[in-house]
Structures are given as structure tokens and as C-alpha cells.
Ligand binder design. Structure first.
Ligand code: SF4
Length: 389
């Protein structure tokens, strides 16, 4: 490991753009003793650092897992082509940011599937990590590969490569999954039997193990249905949903990147889901039902995150923030909370029809930040069918 670190720092990093993408050690990063935990997991974001570090889901799951004494979670992102070239020239594997360990050292690797354009990066990350691409080629000694995120609702394009998918909201189910994995390792004294483990995982609501199902296609290769083929496995996989956002985990010490990332600010998740039901909107359907976080809790979280990060901007995040009940009061009290500290508030996803001049005036009270409007649909016909459900 020491030798790898020396090569990385002295030979590779001086040759690549933005070396901070690969250094780790950011403020609030967690580094754990590998011998003191029962399970070592890796969060793999199949895009570059600046995109991945703007993803709230990463911060939620990283914080949740690392707050458990018996588990650890590290991070890896898709390397830029210059870094990939340097690794391939030297025959070195891709590595995690926290411990600089190769991917094969981990018990499990979880990819987040945010958009289909990143699928080739998943295969590249596996390849750079020295992990066989196809699930059936990975034996008991290889890490288990899992995937979550919005694209798992159509998992079939990736079933050959992923051992299991998690449908729904990760913070609701991930610790149940890890408990089964850790127990399995202890029972088998560190040696896993992949099929036995997958069978146990398949019994958790929200887990889809493709090896236990058969998918059917018509002559034109169009998907027609799926049937379970393993005894004891549920015929239908039901997504996991956080019932009450006020009692859900939310990270109060998120990692603060040294490098400027796409969304370089604190994030407060004010609500999940969307009331509108636009028929063309994937997120509007996937994140149902609508759940709001209470204003008092949001203000407490804002104060703690501000103390732990030092950011000078806070974003009230959701699919449609202007639909939050009492959004003007929340905005006013958030600005009051940070009065005199030069911390601005941004509203990242607004419907034009529910936005008010008062909101715009409030947002500008400290300084000009961002208002992002979502036009919702490209044509009037689509806008007209929004509310037909
Ligand atoms: S308002 Fe926006 S987020 Fe909500 S359903 Fe419509 S398109 Fe989706």
C-alpha cells in the first residue's frame, strides 16, 4: 500500500488534470480501521468526482454506514481518461479514495444508477478494478456487486453484470442488507458462498437478484415479462420507502470537497416525491409518495451542517421546492438563522406556476444565489396532459 501511495503521489498525480479528484482526505471524510469492522463496502459513482460529490444520496449512505461501528464505506469515482491511461500503462488497479485499496479488497461494491449514459463507466470501473464484468464469472472470492438508484426500476439491461439490485430508498434498507452480509461472513469465517448469500438477500423486501428470475422477450427482443425460478424467492419485488422523513437518517457532517464540484453547497432535503404527477416524469413516479420534513427539524439540521462544513450557501433541495408547505416561512427562518453570517439560500428546482415574487425577494435578502426553474415539458400538449392521472 505504501509503495502504491508513493507511485500515485510521485509519478501519477503530477501527470493528470485535477489530481484532487483522487486524493481523498477531504474535510469530514471517514477513515476506519479495516480490522475493527465486520464488513467493508465501497460506494462507486460511475461518473467523475465533481458529479459524484454533488449527489445527495452518496452523502446520505456514506454517513449512515460510517456511523455504524461494525461497517465501513469508502468511495470510488470514474477516473478521467488521463488517470485511466496512467493506471493501465502501469498495470495498476483503480483504488478507493479513503484507504487507496484496490476494489478487490472490498466485500461489496455498490453502484448508483442515476442515468443510463453512465452504464459503460460501470463496466470500465469493474475492469479497472480487476473484477470480471459478468456476474456469473465472479466467484466466491470476488466482491458482491450491487446497484441502486432510479435506473434500477428497469434493471434488465444490466442483469448480466450486477449480482443484485435494490429498489427504493437506500437508507431504508441498506443496513438490513449489510447485516445479512456481515452475518454470512462470520458464519462462513470470512468465506462467502455467493449463491447462499444471494438467496438470503433475496428475502429482503426491495432486493432483486436477477439470477433467481427468468425474463421473457418476444421475437423483436421486446421485454414481455418475468417469472421467479428459485423456490422461496418473492415473485414480485416491492420497492422500499422511507415512511417518515423526520425519522430518516440525514448526514449532518457531509464531506466537503476541496475541488469545486457541480453543486458546491450544503443541501437540505425539504421534501421527497412530487404532488404534481406529470405523466412524462420518471422522478415524479419513482419517489412517490410525497413526504415533507418538518420546518423545525430542517432548521436544526441547517445549523448543524453549517457548523460542520463552513459552506456559504444552502440549497433547499427537492423535486419541486416551491410546493413545500410553508416554503416562504422556511425560507425566511433559514435566512434569519444565518443572519450576519453571509450564508445565502438557493432554490434548485422550482415550478414557474407556484413561484412567487415574495420568494424571489426573500432569496436575495443576503446575497444573490440561484433560482432554478424547471420548464416541466417541451410542448403544450405534454403540459396539458400533466394532470390527467
Ligand atoms: S412537477 Fe416536475 S418533478 Fe413534479 S412530477 Fe412534474 S416534472 Fe416531475
Amino acid at each position: 500500500m505504501q509503495q502504491f501511495k508513493q507511485v500515485l503521489v510521485e509519478e501519477i498525480l503530477p501527470k493528470v488534470r485535477k489530481p484532487l479528484r483522487y486524493l481523498g482526505n477531504e474535510y469530514n471524510t471517514v477513515k476506519k480501521d479495516w480490522k475493527a469492522v465486520k464488513l467493508r463496502s465501497l460506494f462507486a459513482f460511475p461518473d467523475v468526482y465533481e458529479v459524484g460529490m454533488s449527489h445527495l444520496g452518496l452523502q446520505i449512505l456514506y454517513g449512515l454506514v460510517n456511523e455504524q461501528a461494525e461497517y465501513l464505506m469508502e468511495r470510488v469515482f470514474a477516473p478521467w481518461p488521463d488517470m485511466e491511461e496512467e493506471l493501465r500503462i502501469r498495470g495498476l488497479p483503480l483504488f478507493s479514495l479513503e484507504s487507496l485499496r484496490p476494489l478487490t479488497d472490498f466485500d461489496c461494491i455498490g453502484f448508483t444508477l442515476q442515468y443510463e449514459m453512465s452504464y459503460t463507466n460501470i463496466l470500465n470501473i469493474l475492469d479497472l478494478g480487476g473484477i470480471p464484468l459478468q456476474a456469473k464469472e465472479r466467484g466466491n472470492e470476488k466482491p458482491i456487486i450491487m446497484a441502486g438508484g432510479p435506473c434500477v426500476y428497469n434493471p434488465e439491461p444490466l442483469v448480466d453484470f450486477i449480482d443484485f439490485f435494490v429498489l427504493g430508498e437506500g437508507e431504508e434498507v441498506l443496513l438490513e442488507i449489510f447485516e445479512v452480509m456481515a452475518e454470512h461472513r462470520i458464519l462462513r469465517q470470512g468465506k462467502q458462498d455467493k449463491k447462499v448469500l444471494l438467496k438470503e438477500l433475496a428475502c429482503i423486501q426491495g432486493v432483486y437478484v436477477p439470477a433467481f428470475y427468468k425474463a421473457f422477450y418476444d421475437k423483436k427482443r421486446r421485454f414481455t415479462g418475468i417469472k421467479v425460478k428459485e423456490q422461496g424467492v418473492a415473485p414480485q419485488v416491492v420497492k422500499r420507502v422511507v415512511k417518515d422523513l423526520d425519522h430518516a437518517y440525514f448526514p449532518l457532517k457531509p464531506i466537503v470537497p476541496y475541488l469545486e464540484v457541480v453543486h458546491d453547497r450544503m443541501m437540505l432535503e425539504v421534501l421527497r416525491g412530487c404532488t404534481r404527477g406529470c405523466r412524462f416524469c420518471q422522478a415524479g413516479f419513482l419517489y412517490r409518495p410525497v413526504r415533507e420534513r418538518s420546518k423545525d427539524l430542517l432548521l436544526q439540521q441547517a445549523e448543524k451542517i453549517s457548523e460542520a462544513t463552513g459552506h456559504n450557501e444552502i440549497s433547499l433541495t427537492s423535486l419541486s421546492t416551491s410546493d413545500y408547505t410553508g416554503v416562504e416561512a422556511l425560507l425566511r427562518e433559514t435566512l434569519n438563522l444565518f443572519a450576519g453570517k453571509n450564508i445565502g439560500v438557493s432554490l434548485p428546482s422550482l415550478r414557474v406556476d407556484s413561484f412567487s415574487v415574495n420568494l424571489a425577494k426573500e432569496v436575495q435578502r443576503v446575497r444573490k444565489t440561484g433560482l432554478t426553474f424547471a420548464p416541466e415539458a417541451g410542448t403544450q400538449r405534454l403540459r396539458d396532459v400533466n394532470f390527467l392521472l
